[in-house]
Design a protein around this ligand. Structure first.
Ligand SMILES: [Zn+2]
Length: 289
């Protein structure tokens, strides 16, 4: 069982901006490094009262915040660390309101911090090739119900975002925002991310019927006939991910526009894919900058 990183552990480990800065320096550049200027190897020492470290030999200065989102804000580093801690430990995501309250920053700052962190979570996650037995499915997420739809109009669909997902059983999940759930938009994602020869379970939706022709073993369940499991064939793993994601977005974010959807998806993918080593999430996120 993975050891959890409690809030008390966090506060003991990162009590101040200065300790956070030291940690960032170590995570990004290691305990000691070759100086980019004089090429000598050694420890860089902290410059007093400035967020910089310098070479003991030539005085060359390095900023551990350079190139990170921390550099561009006035928000103290310890608050950024705490925000990242919340993102990597919460199961359902962190709404901006919650960040605002916990960090004592403005709503606008909290919202921006959340988006920066999500962006990096999506980056760290990467996209390994899926194989073995993969489940694939499309769904619609977000959107607000219209008060009164025009006659014959589906009140949700045009406001919701179409999302395609694939999950390797026992492995990683991968999602993509798509314009529409058609064969042309779905199949290329499968071809690019699932190894040929893998087994793919889907529902009976037409676009997937071409999978055998693309070199996959295709298993199907007929959701419309209320068939959810047929031997090995089912999409229960992915269904579980969708319902967790939808519940979280409904519960914490109220509305996620199409424009921002992929960042939210990246956040949830990362958390799902790191589920077996949650204690590593925080450091991997820091190292990603
Ligand atoms: Zn030097």
């Amino acid at each position: 069982m993975a050891k959890s990183f409690t809030i008390l552990d966090f506060q003991t480990r990162f009590p101040s901006d200065s300790i956070c800065l030291d940690h960032l320096m170590r995570v990004r550049f290691g305990e000691a490094m070759d100086c980019p200027k004089c090429a000598k190897h050694g420890r860089f020492h902290r410059v007093k009262k400035r967020p910089l470290y310098e070479c003991a030999w030539c005085g060359f200065q390095v900023s551990p915040m350079a190139g990170t989102p921390f550099e561009r804000t006035h928000t103290p580093l310890a608050k950024w660390f705490y925000a990242m801690y919340l993102f990597t430990t919460s199961r359902h995501g962190v709404p901006a309101k919650e960040l605002q309250r916990q960090l004592g920053v403005t709503y606008k700052t909290a919202w921006r911090m959340g988006h920066e962190i999500r962006k990096y979570m999506a980056n760290v996650d990467g996209d390994p090739m899926l194989g073995g037995h993969v489940e694939a499915d499309e769904t619609y997420i977000g959107g607000r119900p219209r008060k009164r739809g025009k006659k014959g109009e589906y009140p949700w669909r045009d406001k919701k975002t179409a999302v395609f997902g694939m999950v390797q059983r026992g492995g990683d999940v991968m999602t993509r925002v798509v314009r529409r759930a058609t064969r042309k938009s779905l199949i290329p994602h499968i071809k690019a991310n699932v190894a040929k020869g893998s087994t793919i379970s889907t529902d009976e939706y037409h676009p997937y019927w071409s999978l055998p022709a693309e070199g996959y073993r295709h298993l199907m369940v007929k959701h419309r006939e209320h068939e959810y499991v047929n031997g090995e064939a089912h999409t229960n793993t992915l269904d579980g991910f969708w319902s967790m994601l939808k519940r979280a977005i409904r519960g914490t974010h109220v509305h996620v526009s199409r424009k921002h959807m992929s960042k939210y998806l990246g956040e949830f993918e990362y958390r799902y894919n790191m589920r077996k080593q949650p204690e590593q999430m925080f450091n991997r996120l820091l190292a990603s900058f």
